[in-house]
Design a protein around this ligand. Sequence first.
Ligand SMILES: Nc1ncnc2c1ncn2[C@@H]1O[C@H](COP(=O)(O)OP(=O)(O)OP(=O)(O)O)[C@@H](O)[C@H]1O
Length: 545
Amino acid sequence: MDQFYLDNAALYRTLVKALKPTPSPNTVDAATETTSPDMVVGARIRPLLGEDVAAGFPCAVFPRTGQKSVVDIHDLYNHPRGRPILKSFKYQVDSLFDSQTTTEEIYGNLVAKLVSFAWHGGIGTLFAYGQTGSGKTFTVNRLEQLVAGTLMDGTLEGQRKVYFTIIELAGSSAYDLLNSRKPISILEDSFGVTQLAGAEEHCAQGRAEVMDLIERASSFRQTAPTLKNGASSRSHGICRIRIKNLSADSEGMLYLVDLAGSEAARDVVAHGADRMRETRDINMSLSVLKDCIRGKVMADALELGGGPMSKQRKPHVPFRQSALTKVLKHVFDPASSRACKTVVIACINPSLGDVGPSKNTLRYAEMLRVVRPKTEEIQLVAVSPPTGANAPATDSKAMQGQLGLATRACSRNLSPNDAELPFKKRIRPGMVVSWFPAPEVCSVLGLLEEDVKLAVVLCPAGAVSKPVKDALGNLVNPEDDRHADSEDDSADGHARYLCALIVPGLMARAYELNLWRQTVIPLGMMEKEVILQYDSGTRYYYISA
Ligand SMILES: Nc1ncnc2c1ncn2[C@@H]1O[C@H](COP(=O)(O)OP(=O)(O)OP(=O)(O)O)[C@@H](O)[C@H]1O
């Protein structure tokens, strides 16, 4: 894929330059959205580094002018019958920091509030998330120093004792970075409190001592180089600061978490089975973290609204499923009555060479924002460049190879010849279609009228000779459908297909497949083929074209 981007870098620049930045009328400004005040999702775009520029990769990530906290990513896709085309993807966060923003400004905007919250007895947590080489360690290291400065310089009101513990989690193992990387254990005591057994807690006496601790921990952080970043962290780094108020006998907590890089599969290919396993573990723990953050924020929102209604399920917060979330039990346990505030900074490498992971990082960031679903709209802008006699020919086979994993995680039919036929002539199992059910069908199926209706084709309805019921006990293929002759019917548009519903996820542009919610859809009700791409980080599908 890198070679494809490099070969087409000049075309990419031309296409991006020709784009007209028209703000979408459907875009919701972050300021007008209803998100949890206790959960802020920011994104930091790092500058293009000398090595990115030297490699020839253009910038692919652009903060949108005129729309606060919206970022566009323009990606280049191979086209089977012409030159590559540009597609644009829009992401919304709560606070966006461009490549000129300093860590000091980010501290002032997002982190200083967490410090004062923890100083007054709350639990503040900061996560830096992002693909490898995107600037997580760069950001967290400096933030640790700034936090330490504030805590130690005496400007905060009152007297506190401040204790530092800095650990590293690699898979299910944990190490004390302030004690020569000695192995420690994560245990739950009989009161249900997570203990870092064996880790030393340092009572900080002054600013210089804390800076020294931070420096020491950072030099012990285990790293193994990836293709992308020569000094990559393949582990989660957690700085825990306990702030004890002796006069009130209470304590606050501040966690600064430098998450392991979400490494792209293509980088792993060059390494061995151990690295594959390591990457799988990291991705798993990041996925559990996402479920915990969302679950906790939603549980808090329900609590504030007077508890779950009779039909609402209490959100599940699976904090016991990974070592990382076990350590952060204070933050996630729904049974905990402690006040929590969380800030996530999604770190982005703006290079076109890293555009896939950047999209994943921003999708993950969007997943963490708990926005009311009714304000969410599908917003995907596909921009086709002009084609002409001078358009370079592309080798579609070579391109499929370059697309590699992305293509396999996609609902697209891999036979390029089929693309010539109208979609109704090439219906196949696994094809995703948009359709337009009548309002009464929507209400039976529990679909909202304003949502885009998607379904995946399973088989011709006539292929199922027995009655089929969905998980709710509803018959989905009545007698008429079972005897339909799909060959003849397809000619006049009367064929019917057994399909499973694809329904909107909890955030904008995300969908989930409900295989258990089946229905029969007549060909005439199908509108067009829709290509979905699966994102393993968020475990949702996204419309790709
Ligand atoms: N805002 C920035 N300004 C200048 N350089 C930056 C910035 N952010 C990151 N860098 C540089 O980018 C490189 C990668 O950054 P860093 O090591 O922090 O990435 P990372 O996301 O922690 O990667 P990994 O997950 O592999 O550990 C480093 O050389 C760092 O100095």
